[in-house]
Ligand binder design. Sequence first.
Ligand SMILES: CC(C)(COP(=O)(O)OP(=O)(O)OC[C@H]1O[C@@H](n2cnc3c(N)ncnc32)[C@H](O)[C@@H]1OP(=O)(O)O)[C@@H](O)C(=O)NCCC(=O)NCCS
Length: 153
Amino acid sequence: MSKIFDQPFKKIKPLTFYEILRLRIDVFVVEQNCPYPELDGFDVDSGTRHIWLADEESPVSYLRVLRKSKGVDKIGRVATSLHNRNKGMAKSLIEHVINTTSGELVLDAQAYLENWYEEMGFITNGKAFEEGCGDDTNSGILHVPMVYKREID
Ligand SMILES: CC(C)(COP(=O)(O)OP(=O)(O)OC[C@H]1O[C@@H](n2cnc3c(N)ncnc32)[C@H](O)[C@@H]1OP(=O)(O)O)[C@@H](O)C(=O)NCCC(=O)NCCS
């Protein structure tokens, strides 16, 4: 597996960040047919970590970690480009986050991936909810809140 990049916004080259946004929009807006405000402002927060794997050219698997409050981190925007799926990339990025955080680690999983996150040690801790896709003509995507169950030594 190639090197994992883990950087705040201000350390990322403009072209690389452009490619990260292209990957996110290709997956979440175009592939999932969901018009929503992808650029929500959190990317530039100093506490936000952008984490990705790249081929020679550009990021191919990505997620971000938001600092929600002291000791609480939230994983989001987990995406792998279509041609690079099922090679263990997203899983390795999530394991990297698990290994580099120590407090509460949460995420809102797309419901179809609940089992996948469970296999990595997350448990569902709330009711399923729909996150909207733009206007009323589009139905939302079903999500479930999950939290990582850390081993207690
Ligand atoms: C979900 C996603 C990030 C996985 O990326 P990836 O790099 O292919 O993930 P990995 O290779 O680490 O893991 C693939 C595993 O996920 C499972 N998986 C992938 N898509 C799945 C699906 N639709 N339903 C159930 N499991 C699925 C695979 O079976 C595989 O399981 P295995 O490890 O037991 O073989 C990628 O499919 C993607 O970008 N999907 C669209 C965006 C999305 O839904 N993001 C998640 C937001 S919560």
